[in-house]
Design a protein around this ligand. Structure first.
Ligand SMILES: *Cc1c(COP(=O)(O)O)cnc(C)c1O
Length: 373
């Protein structure tokens, strides 16, 4: 049966293989999973206690969202009525164009990109312009300003970027916001905020946006620094109650489950664990960067829990060869970036195994090319 043409055009989501699938397909005994920016240190220890009474509660519809939203409101210094929870922030990334993007509306984002920023807008008939990063892997402010200077329904991008890792600093963020039409919805996805804010130059997007009377949404997630990716919970802070209410109307009722709500409440009590994990990851990221550069690879500057690097061999082939050694990375598929790979920063021993396998694979690719030449 024919689906809507907007949906027929979309590619399937490129989620990659999981640990068990890789073990089964490649016959490897152990797998290092560095393809999805998951947190190797796991959630704060308090999450276990928070989930202790879970089974006793599963017969009832979840209602801890009320407590979670009030905790978030207090922590963020924002009104509870402007906070919207999602089954992962991915769900909110979909709800936003469902609520606001009509067929033919222009949407601006960046490329390489977090795929859903493009796909979810296109699914609603949005016409997406994705502005490439510069040659040195920074946001291209000039090109972005030009792109937002035409009629525009929505600007959406992650800061820091996924997969590149680059940051838009305060002055650039202000200039970009100023260039947007006054009624354009500005969505800043801060999935990696906790890693980025170690850098004092990382901007306070909410403060900058708040100072202007514009519609905006800032997205956050418990999937990365809080280590709750498996439970699917994230949230949006909206500029006004009306936007939060509108998102509420496209939201599935009870969209976040009781386990996710309880775990998120528990995780918010464990900020010391979160901070330690972030600090280790940021330190190890820079060590991995140096090693990749010593292998002769171009590596983008990153403020996230991952690195984006370029190889002579295509990323698809590189990823396939790494899989044979039990190492999962994310090969980039977007046009123009198919020699780029994103690797998450794991535990130190996982990073070591990735680096060791990578150098073996790069040598074997080089040797093969010499033979073929
Ligand atoms: C990981 C990630 C998300 C978070 O997704 P969840 O659905 O909350 O797990 C959102 N945006 C970006 C850019 C990400 O990298």
């Amino acid at each position: 049966m024919a689906c809507r043409p907007e949906i027929a055009r979309l590619p399937p989501y490129n989620a990659g293989l999981g640990t068990e699938a890789v073990k089964a397909r490649y016959g490897v005994a152990s797998v290092v999973k560095l393809g999805s920016n998951e947190n190797p240190y796991g959630p704060p220890p308090g999450v276990k206690a928070a989930l202790a009474g879970l089974v006793e509660q599963v017969a009832l519809y979840p209602e801890a969202d009320v407590k979670l939203r009030s905790l978030l409101a207090a922590e963020l210094g924002e009104a509870e009525a402007r906070i919207v929870l999602g089954n992962g922030s991915e769900q909110i990334i979909r709800m936003i164009p469902e609520a606001y993007v009509s067929p033919g509306d222009r949407v601006v984002t960046v490329v390489p990109s977090f795929g859903l920023h493009i796909l979810d807008a296109e699914a609603m008939g949005g016409v997406v312009e994705a502005v490439p990063v510069t040659r040195d892997c920074a946001f291209d402010l000039t090109a972005l300003i030009e792109a937002v200077s035409k009629p525009l329904k929505m600007l959406i991008f992650a800061n820091p970027s996924n997969p590149v890792g680059c940051m838009m600093g305060e002055a650039d963020l202000r200039a970009l916001i100023d260039a947007c039409p006054q009624d354009c919805l500005i969505v800043v996805d801060e999935a990696y905020r906790e890693y980025a804010e170690i850098d004092p130059a990382y901007p306070q997007a909410r403060e900058i946006l708040r100072a202007q009377s514009r519609p905006w949404i800032v997205l956050r997630t418990f999937s990365k620094a809080y280590g709750l990716a498996g439970l699917r919970i994230g949230y949006a802070v909206a500029s006004c109650e009306e936007i939060a209410r509108t998102l509420g109307t496209v939201r599935d009722p009870f969209n976040t489950n009781i386990a996710a709500q309880l775990a998120a409440i528990g995780a918010l009590q464990g900020m010391e664990h979160v901070r330690q994990g972030v600090e280790r990851t940021v330190r190890d990221r820079e060590a991995v960067r140096e090693r990749l550069e010593r292998l002769g690879l171009a590596v983008a500057p990153s403020l996230g829990n991952f690195l984006f690097f370029r190889t002579a061999v295509s990323s698809g082939e590189l990823a396939e060869r790494l899989l044979r050694h039990g190492v999962i990375v994310k090969p980039w598929k977007e046009t123009g970036y198919t020699n780029w790979t994103r690797v998450s920063i794991g535990l130190p021993e996982e990073n070591e195994r990735f680096l060791a396998v990578l150098s073996v694979v790069l040598e074997s690719v080089a040797a093969q090319e010499t033979v073929e030449a």
